[in-house]
Design a protein around this ligand. Structure first.
Ligand SMILES: [Fe+2]
Length: 396
């Protein structure tokens, strides 16, 4: 809001979005429009599992596009980015294409952002010593997500990880890093296994809920979040179960993830993503799993704090709205609807068996390191160290 109380917000660019089953077929022409030399970044599974993708590669080669391939196994480290960039300096690429989950897409996004820079990527990562702002010059970037989760196909940041003691999980960010083209083809998503579908779906849902509740939310991000929540709610459990191979179900999930990316870029995220950065830097936990396991407790704590906060009612109204969308019902009472949201999230947590943090080695003794490193500037409500401790303790 501006000083005089009028509406005020800004909106980042979005990619040109190609959404729908079969849209992967557009990739050869879209890539060739940028030039003849292409770097293709994939996860380990993508190409092996998909006959569509190997046909697409043949078509690219027939169109005269020279394709260099890079496989990414895990969330990208600074070394992975720097090595890929060093290889690319010898023969400059005209376009970078990433097909895969969040790790492959973020790796591709970071490589495209670094190919025209001389410094190592770590210089440009937010919060790192010696940080230098990036000038936004990059090689054009096309993304083809094969999971529905991070929303990175629509965001301006790539998450880079160095996991372990002194580790971090932080962003390389510039408005120019929003992909030039995003091809979102739900037909590529029908083979994602149930655990991956559940964890990545919960990441998208967490992003929708946290962006919706952010103090930086605008009427624009609100509609984006509500639309995403509606699609998520009607298809999430189907996508994790009997509807896994239904392209329409996968399309709903892909749409929810896309909306979550647009929303988080513009409104920011809350405490769960604060933990994703702090806990995720110290322990090797997949991002979606971390979100899934913390969301119910974080929501309980947010609602508890808002009830004790003067002026907390408008945020509670938003939690109640999310509750009505997610459960499909209302009690007609704000307090009860908020409680039902927490209950529903707990039911999901139990039914989908989200693993506890302890499974990845997190112990109560680690909280003193985790909590001071956890940022939550755009959480729904201010949380102190005790509140953060309660969330973690309930899921350790
Ligand atoms: Fe996320």
């Amino acid at each position: 809001m501006s000083m005089n109380g009028g509406l005020e917000f800004s909106v980042l660019p979005t990619p040109r979005i190609h959404f729908g089953a079969g849209t992967l077929a557009k990739l050869p022409a879209l890539a060739a429009a940028f030039g003849r030399r292409m770097l293709l970044v994939t996860g380990r599974q993508t190409l092996r599992r998909s006959p569509v993708a190997s046909r697409m590669l043949d078509e690219l080669r027939r169109a005269g596009v020279e394709v260099a391939c890079l496989e990414v196994e895990r969330e990208p480290s600074p070394e992975l980015i720097d090595e890929a960039v060093a290889l690319g300096r010898a023969k400059p690429y005209d376009v970078v294409v990433a097909i895969g989950g969040g790790s492959a897409v973020d790796a591709g996004k970071a490589i495209s952002a670094m190919l025209l820079q001389r410094e190592p990527v770590e210089r440009f990562i937010e919060g790192q010593p010696g940080f230098m702002p990036h000038d936004g010059r990059k090689v054009p970037f096309i993304t083809v997500p094969t999971t529905s989760g991070t929303g990175t196909e629509a965001t301006s940041n790539a998450v880079i990880s160095r996991v372990g003691q002194g580790g971090y999980k932080r962003s390389l960010r510039h408005a120019a890093f929003v992909p030039n083209e995003a091809i979102i083809d739900p037909a590529l998503m029908t083979t994602a296994p149930p655990e991956l579908t559940a964890a990545s779906g919960m990441d998208a849902f967490t992003q929708l809920l946290e962006a919706y509740l952010s103090p930086l939310a605008s009427p624009y991000t609100d509609v984006v979040c509500l639309s995403g929540l509606e699609h998520f709610s009607r298809s999430f459990e189907l996508a994790c179960g009997s509807g896994a191979s239904d392209v329409a179900v996968r399309a709903d999930m892909a749409y929810a993830a896309l909306m979550s990316g647009i929303a988080l870029s513009n409104a920011g995220l809350g405490i769960v993503h604060g933990f994703a950065s702090s806990v995720g830097g110290l322990f090797d936990i997949p991002h979606g799993t971390l979100c899934a396991t913390l969301l119910a407790e974080a929501t309980r704590e947010n609602i508890r704090q808002l009830r004790a906060t003067e002026g907390g009612e408008s945020a509670l109204q938003k939690f109640a709205t999310a509750s009505r969308i997610l459960t499909g019902t209302t009690t007609g009472n704000l307090t009860d609807d908020c409680d039902r949201l927490v209950e529903h999230l707990e039911t999901l947590q139990t039914r989908l068996d989200f693993p506890r943090l302890g499974k990845y080695g997190v112990q109560e003794a680690d909280f003193n390191e985790i909590i001071p490193a956890t940022r939550s500037k755009t959480n729904a409500v201010l949380l102190d160290a005790d509140a953060m401790r309660r969330i973690l303790a309930a899921r350790v």
